[in-house]
Write a protein of this length. Structure first.
Length: 137
């Protein structure tokens, strides 16, 4: 899932650079990335994380930190969307994407270090999209 989101961020950056034709591509790739990242975090918060804390209550502080990161990323995504709506230039959009990318990478690294072993052993209930977001398909 994280690799797919990294690729979506790369596509968003490339669309800002005009690599694809037309402004519609900017909207598709940037808004698509924003939607995918937000959906991934909503799915984790509402589906995956409750299952983890039910099986591993000692991970509650880790989950709380991850959810705080989700809130921060959602704020940054909102600022990017507002910048797109205002017709911001490429440099401004890149600044927003760079900020999101930096927090996202730190967040993903922490999540992977803290939870991958647990996730490998956990019998998750529910479809992947409900636990990880629409890109999990």
């Amino acid at each position: 899932m994280h690799q797919r989101l990294r690729r979506a961020l790369d596509l968003a950056r490339r669309s800002v650079d005009g690599e694809f034709e037309g402004t519609a591509d900017l909207l598709v790739f940037c808004r698509g990335f924003c939607s995918a990242l937000s959906g991934h975090h909503r799915s984790e918060d509402g589906g995956l994380f409750p299952q983890i804390t039910a099986e591993h209550p000692e991970l509650a502080p880790v989950i709380a930190k991850l959810m705080t990161d989700h809130n921060m990323l959602e704020h940054l995504i909102g600022r990017l969307v507002a910048a797109m709506d205002e017709g911001a230039d490429a440099d401004t959009l890149h600044d927003h994407l760079d900020g999101i990318g930096a927090i996202m990478e730190t967040h993903f690294g922490y999540e992977e270090r803290q939870l991958l072993t647990v996730l490998d052993a956990l019998a998750l209930e529910g479809p992947a999209t409900a636990l990880l977001g629409d890109l999990a398909d």
